[in-house]
Design a protein around this ligand. Structure first.
Ligand code: ATP
Ligand code: FE
Length: 347
């Protein structure tokens, strides 16, 4: 089978062609970082407009790069949520148009399922496995038992770690996105000069919290400025190192608990924060200690992309799932319907 995947739920417009035997024939991602740079966050209206303007170009490019035409496709898979509703609607409308025009089946995909199923695309692993999804917008542990069987073991109760990295960068006047710039500063700093909290580590379970870390960093920064009249380069580096270590330790300890609570042969990560080498190394150690294999897909498949959507579509399709022209775009769509309340969800 050969699937076209379409993704437009946040600030990346993406299209990809993926086969049932796990080959990515093309994967096009058009980011919007520059468009939102002046606003300190993704502006939904700007994002939706950019998606609407670029979806057709991305889909055409994905097809061209794969060397195929619409006639070669088995079906169209599209992110139907969760995400910024204007962008999701633009993608769903695009997918419906292609499916109707080419007479192809349509499969709606949960964006988080796309992330969670990525290790099956990249490494071909079997169920069950444990997934830590850790990005700018998400942070949760998922036990994955099947293409549509996800149990949420815990997650952040406030900020996602990527968001916390971005906010720290802003505090320290480092370039956005914050993750890479904080990691670069941290590499030159000492992690033991400043003491930062390890939120929620004293409480049982797999829930996490990261907003307190940012507040503590802000207090330290202001204290340094008050004492010295400004920040030295080494202050920035040491703060970044302390911050990164704190995040890594919290993620590692909670991963240890998740693996103890729900043993699995694999610990996989996805999301942009999985690019962080200190965090990766900490998680790898945890997996090793638990006798599990650690899997981190290549970064371009960790962050938002359409190959994961095409793949999740293939997995859903194989279970017999099909969607019609009434497929709805959903701003909220928890993966685990037992654990998460359906407040304000699209359906
Ligand atoms: P989502 O896809 O969950 O809606 P998103 O689009 O913000 O959210 P991603 O694109 O997966 O998420 O990841 C971006 C986030 O990853 C940013 O917050 C960025 O700071 C963070 N990030 C990227 N590289 C690193 C790094 N090396 N260390 C820490 N964080 C990083
Ligand atoms: Fe995502």
């Amino acid at each position: 089978s050969i699937f076209l995947g379409i993704e437009s739920s946040c600030d990346d417009t993406a299209a990809a062609i993926v086969t049932g035997d796990r080959r990515i024939l093309s994967s096009v991602v058009a980011g919007q970082t520059e468009m939102h740079a002046d606003f300190g966050g993704v502006v939904p209206e700007i994002a939706a407009r950019a998606h609407a303007e670029r979806l057709d170009i991305c889909a055409e490019q994905a097809l061209a790069e794969s060397g195929l035409t619409l006639c070669d496709l088995t079906a169209v898979a599209v992110t139907a949520g969760p995400g910024l509703i204007g962008g999701v609607m633009a993608g769903v409308m695009m997918a419906k148009g292609i499916a109707a025009g080419a007479g192809l089946p349509l499969v709606g995909v949960n964006h988080l399922a796309g992330h969670a199923l990525t290790p099956r695309l990249t490494d071909g692993i079997d169920f069950p496995y444990l997934m830590l999804l850790v990005s700018g917008g998400h942070c949760q542990f998922l036990r994955v038992d099947g293409p549509q069987e996800f149990s949420r073991l815990g997650g952040t109760i406030d900020d996602a770690p990527g968001e916390a990295f971005d906010k720290l960068a802003k505090l320290l006047a480092l370039p956005q996105p914050g993750g890479p710039s904080v990691e670069a500063e941290a590499a030159l700093g000492r992690a033991d000069r400043f003491e930062l909290p390890r939120p929620l580590l004293d409480r049982p379970g797999c829930d996490m919290s990261f907003s307190g870390l940012k507040t503590a960093a802000l207090r330290l920064r202001d204290q340094l400025i008050a004492e010295q009249g400004g920040l030295r380069q080494s202050d920035r580096q040491d703060l970044c190192a302390a911050f990164q270590t704190a995040v890594a330790e919290v993620l590692a300890e909670k991963s240890r608990r998740a693996l103890a609570l729900s043993p699995a042969p694999f610990l996989a990560v996805a999301g942009g924060v999985a690019a962080n080498k200190t965090i990766r190394a900490a998680l790898e150690q945890v997996a090793w200690d638990a006798g599990a294999c650690f899997l981190a897909p290549p970064l371009r498949l960790c962050t938002d992309n359409a190959a994961m959507i095409a793949w999740a579509g293939i997995e859903r399709f194989q279970t017999g799932a099909r969607d019609g022209m009434d497929l709805a775009a959903r701003p909220r769509w928890p993966l685990d319907s037992r654990a998460a309340p359906m407040l304000g969800s699209g359906k």
